[in-house]
Every structure is written in structure tokens, then in C-alpha cells.
Design a protein around this ligand. Structure first.
Ligand code: EPZ
Length: 434
């Protein structure tokens, strides 16, 4: 992880054009899906971020050969599984658990390291483990790993307590080669999951997905073959660049951005007083203060995504009056707020469910709602980034602030965004990496 820092001199409007890269949260899962076949898989539009780098290391340790990995078109071949015991990786993310299904199908047993990822609350994997268990997999938690084995993996009828992205992906990657039918009720239906399903279908999988009812049926097949698949544009990147433009009273065009899965964000931008102009080749975002106060509740797709609340919170510091963000996906995702307050924002967090609706954190002591009173002037500060999307909030606040900000811990940001500093500089930002 990079130990460097970003030095940002704020107050410049972002203007011009940038290109959105492929989604890291789709690409990494598609890389794992390639382990389900001995045949080569070609993945187009892979972003060269820290996260794809870590996942590449995982696949290579398992036995994958990669070509083209210096560009965005990777060919991944795993004719043999060199080992299904994946030792603890020096650089962790939340992907290893997803490799269990493919490794079990190819080897009958597997061991993967415990998960890392952003510190944004309790992040249990009980839904993954219970689902795999119901499909005939025995899993043992060891000191630093999960050991799993199965004689035969079979279909199961599964009901998730919450539409978990990762657990839905785990079951997809296991169910495609299982004996019989697996049904997921209350499945996550994020566009990144549909991207993965598209790839699996092209490999020969038989999957029916009903997004409205949150129901996915996977009819197990005997084998899967090679594929050529394209990673969808990164929705989080679009949101990050768009909010940076709006927070600086800028005007940017994001080439290759699409409206797919962005409705809730577009609606929020318009309610705030900004504009989104969807074109065939991308989306233009612009806005000028005064911005209107808003109430936002995060939710699984098609709701307002939890990954968008941090950049949007910065925008709300510039809105007139008291805005609310009610975070219903993660229990501890307001860690960045104290730094924004240090920069001049007026934000308080509470364990209450603000905004009118109660969520599953009601009655617990998690600070999962924020009240943001604006508009407030932001001033540059020295900040250490606690996690990926929080890091983006700090970046946007620094871009909008008066004076200089020094942002440390930028490895978190590099994990999710490729060449972020270069791309912001091209839009007029005064940013240096040191
Ligand atoms: C994915 O995380 C993304 N990560 C996250 O993006 C994103 O915020 C999240 O989905 C929601 O959209 C990747 O794709 C790598 P979940 P994931 O399982 O799959 C609870 C980013 O910044 N839960 O949908 O880990 C869990 O604690 C990252 O790019 C259980 O209780 O998220 C959380 O409260 C951060 N038990 C909720 O469900 C389980 O077994 C949603 O988690 C699994 C999840």
C-alpha cells in the first residue's frame, strides 16, 4: 500500500472531460469466475487499481497465468490449480472467500485467508458460510483462514436475511457447477452482479435472475468454458468525479459513464440542484450553488448506494439547511465525518434512525445517521484516510476547500481508483503526489 501523500490546493473548479474506468467491484469477481474453467478467459476494461492487483496475486498463487495485465485487456488461464490452499496474502481484500466455490469444484478442498477490506463496521461472512454449508460444504475456521471441503456440492433453497452482494456472488460462483438447482431469495441485484451473471452465462452457466423479486435461480451444469467478457463502467468512479465537479461548482463530462444503475444518484443530484445530462457516449454533470438540503437513505440496489454517501456528504455541507444521511447498509461508515468537521463542516452523527424510516440498526448503538448543516466554508487540513470511500470524501472536501490539504494514507484511495491524481489534474485540480 502506497505510503505517499496527496497535496491539494483547493478552490479550483473541475472542468473538462475524463473517462470512467472499469468497475473494480465487478472486475475482481470476474477474475475469480475465470477459475471455474480450464479454458482461457479474456476480460476487457479491467481497471489497473490496487484492488485488481491484489486479486491478480490471489489468482496467480492459485495457478492462473495472466497476459496483458499491464493494460486493460487481460487473458487469464488456469488449466491446472497449482494449489487450493491459498496462504495468507500480504495485501488483503474481501475477495478470497469468493474463491472457495471455484476451488472446491476443481479440487474438492480449499483454504483461503480471512478477509481484509475497509474498516466500515462489522463485516461478518455468516451468510456465505451458512449458504455454502447448506450446499454440502463443510467449513472450518482456522487461526488465519477458512478450510473447506465437499464430496459433492448440491443445490439449495436459500433465503438471505439481507441482500448481501458478496454472499450472492459466493453462491453464484458455487451454484453454477453444483448438482441441481440453487435458489437465492432476497438476493442482491447490483449491476456488478448482473455483469458477473452475464459472464457466467457466456461461459455456459444456466442462471435466471428476477431483479424485481430479488430471486436468482442457478441450474447447475457439468462444465464451464472460456469466455470473452467486458467489465462494466465503475459507478463509484462516476459518482466520485461527479460530486467533485458539483462541490467545486464545476462542469465535467464523464466519457463511457452510463445511466445503468445510476438512477438513485441522478435523482439525488437533481434534488440537490445539480444537473446530469445523459448522452450516448457519457454523462455531463454540472451545478452551481445554492444547493438544496436533502434526506438520503442508503440501501441495496436500486437504492442510493452506501458507497456514494461519503462523497455526497461533502456536497451536503454546501447545501442550505439541515440535511440527513441515514446509512442502512453498514453500521460504522461515518468515520470520516470528524475530519470533515475539522475542515469546517457542521455534522453530527447519532445512533438514531434519522429521516423517517427505521432500519435494522434501530435500537443498537451504531452511529449510522448523520445530520449535516450547511452551507459551511471548508478549509484545507492535514488528514489521514481511514478507508477507500472516506478517502474520496476527503479528496473532494480538499478540492472544494480554501487553502492546502495534505492527505496521507492514500493507499486506500489507490486500491479503488487508478491514476486518480493524474485524472483530477487533467480536470484542472491542483494536486500533487509526494
Ligand atoms: C460489496 O461489499 C462491495 N465490495 C462494497 O464496496 C459495497 O459497499 C457493498 O458490497 C454494498 O454494496 C466489493 O464488492 C468488494 P455486502 P460486500 O455483503 O459484498 C452484511 C467499496 O468501497 N453481511 O453486501 O462485503 C454486512 O455486514 C466497498 O468499494 C452480513 O451480515 O457487502 C453489511 O452490513 C466497501 N453477513 C451488509 O450485509 C454476511 O455474510 C452488506 O454487505 C455478508 C454481509
Amino acid at each position: 500500500m502506497s505510503e505517499g501523500r496527496f497535496i491539494i490546493r483547493g478552490g479550483r473548479q473541475l472542468e473538462g472531460e475524463t473517462v470512467v474506468y472499469g468497475s473494480k467491484n465487478a472486475a475482481t469477481k470476474m477474475m475469480v469466475a475465470s477459475l471455474l474453467t480450464r479454458e482461457p478467459c479474456v476480460l476487457e476494461n479491467i481497471p489497473l487499481s490496487g484492488e485488481t492487483d491484489i486479486t491478480r496475486e490471489l489468482c496467480e498463487r492459485i495457478g492462473s497465468r495472466m497476459s496483458g495485465a499491464e493494460g486493460s485487456r487481460w487473458e487469464i488461464s488456469t488449466p491446472e490449480i497449482a494449489t487450493s490452499v491459498v496462504p495468507e496474502l500480504s495485501r488483503k481484500n474481501r475477495i478470497p472467500i469468493l474463491a472457495l466455490g471455484p476451488l472446491l469444484h476443481r479440487k474438492g478442498f480449499a483454504e483461503v485467508p480471512v478477509l481484509g477490506g475497509c474498516p466500515i463496521g462489522h463485516r461478518p461472512i455468516n451468510f456465505h458460510l451458512e449458504a455454502l454449508n447448506r450446499m454440502g460444504v463443510r467449513i472450518e475456521r482456522r487461526a488465519h483462514s477458512y478450510y473447506a471441503e465437499a464430496e459433492e456440492i448440491h443445490g439449495a433453497d436459500l433465503v438471505f436475511p439481507f441482500p448481501s452482494v458478496g454472499a450472492t456472488e459466493s453462491v453464484l460462483l458455487t451454484g453454477v457447477l453444483a448438482k441441481g438447482t440453487t435458489t437465492i431469495h432476497n438476493a442482491a441485484t447490483e449491476p456488478e452482479i448482473m455483469n458477473l451473471i452475464g459472464m457466467l452465462r457466456a461461459m455456459g452457466a444456466d442462471i435466471r435472475a428476477d431483479e424485481v423479486r430479488r430471486e436468482i435461480e442457478i441450474y447447475g451444469v457439468e462444465r464451464l468454458g472460456g469466455v470473452s467478457a467486458r467489465v462494466m463502467p465503475d459507478r463509484n468512479e462516476v459518482v466520485s468525479f461527479a460530486t467533485a465537479a458539483l462541490a467545486t461548482d464545476g462542469d465535467i463530462f464523464i466519457r463511457d459513464a452510463s445511466a445503468n444503475g445510476m438512477q438513485a444518484f441522478f435523482e439525488a443530484v437533481c434534488a440537490l440542484g445539480g444537473t446530469c445530462e445523459v448522452r450516448e457516449d457519457g454523462v455531463r454533470f454540472f451545478g452551481r450553488r445554492p444547493y438544496r438540503r436533502m434526506t438520503i437513505q442508503t440501501a441495496p440496489h436500486p437504492g442510493f448506494m452506501t458507497d456514494w454517501q461519503q462523497p455526497f456528504c461533502v456536497l451536503l455541507t454546501q447545501a442550505e439547511g439541515a440535511s440527513i444521511i441515514h446509512e442502512t447498509v453498514y453500521d460504522d461508515r461515518f468515520g470520516y465525518v470528524k475530519d470533515l468537521c475539522h475542515m469546517g463542516a457542521n455534522i453530527t452523527v447519532t445512533d438514531e434512525c434519522l429521516g423517517g424510516e427505521r432500519c435494522r440498526f434501530d435500537g443498537a448503538t451504531y452511529n449510522h445517521s448523520a445530520r449535516i448543516t450547511g452551507p459551511t466554508k471548508l478549509s484545507g487540513a492535514a488528514i489521514t484516510v481511514p478507508d477507500l470511500r472516506a478517502g474520496m470524501a476527503h479528496m473532494i472536501a480538499a478540492l472544494a476547500a480554501e487553502g492546502e490539504s495534505v492527505i496521507s494514507g492514500i493507499g486506500h484511495i489507490d486500491r479503488g481508483y487508478a491514476k486518480l491524481d493524474e485524472r483530477l489534474r487533467a480536470l484542472g485540480a491542483d494536486i500533487m503526489r509526494k
